[in-house]
Write a protein of this length. Structure first.
Length: 218
């Protein structure tokens, strides 16, 4: 990836398009980290998600901390439609995609995985510390077929090795549920990589995402 040519693509030249759904304004930080890691050439599209707990969740759920906190609206289908019908057509006014990747961390990591069951648009998927603890999600997976082509799809999963160390009875299932999904991908014969990172959920987030992007591009 060449920084000086980061926006110099013609309509005739195909390039991987990486869509990253972000909780905060970390686009430049992620781009710089990908440059440091010498990622292959790609276009990074970062969307700062406004309604995080609603847009990144597949179906409604009660709050997992206490009743005074925000619950989860389960509006991921609407957000997927936004990506497919509004975001991607805009991107394609400027770039010719080689393929699309959907990437995210925490709830947006969960969302990235959910996309595989709703559309075949994304042949690369990154879920960093994805919220596999989400109530009912693994049951949904067990009863829903993949829409992506397993022969051409790559999936990157990662998790902090201390994330399960929490007093919250829902969050503490994160490692068990993530490993269940890892095993599921293996059974489905999907090309995937799973790795543990050192630390908890909030350690080295940007470098964890960039490392996953690098692998997806290989």
């Amino acid at each position: 990836m060449d920084e000086k040519n980061e926006t110099d693509f013609s309509q005739q030249r195909s390039v991987p398009i990486i869509i990253y759904n972000s909780y905060n304004s970390d686009a430049k930080e992620l781009w710089d980290e990908c440059l440091k890691m010498n990622c292959s050439e790609f276009v990074l599209v970062v969307v700062e998600v406004v309604h995080w707990n609603d847009s990144m969740t597949p179906f409604p759920s009660e709050p997992i901390f206490n009743k005074s906190t925000e619950g989860y609206g389960g509006m991921a289908d609407d957000y997927i439609n936004f990506i497919l019908e509004d975001l991607i057509p805009t991107v394609e006014q400027f770039f010719k995609p080689e393929y699309y990747a959907i990437t995210g961390y925490s709830l947006s990591g969960l969302f990235s995985v959910y996309c595989m069951y709703k559309t075949d648009k994304f042949s690369r998927v990154l879920s960093g510390s994805g919220s596999f603890w989400y109530p009912g999600f693994m049951d949904y997976i067990a009863n829903t077929p993949l829409k992506v082509n397993i022969d051409t799809t790559k999936v990157y999963l990662s998790l902090g090795n201390k994330e399960k160390k929490t007093g919250n009875k829902v969050l503490k299932t994160i490692e068990t549920e993530t490993l269940k999904y890892r095993d599921y991908l293996s059974e489905q014969k999907v090309n995937f990589k799973f790795e543990f990172n050192q630390g908890g959920h909030f350690n080295d987030v940007i470098s964890r995402i960039a490392k996953g992007i690098k692998w997806l591009l290989e």
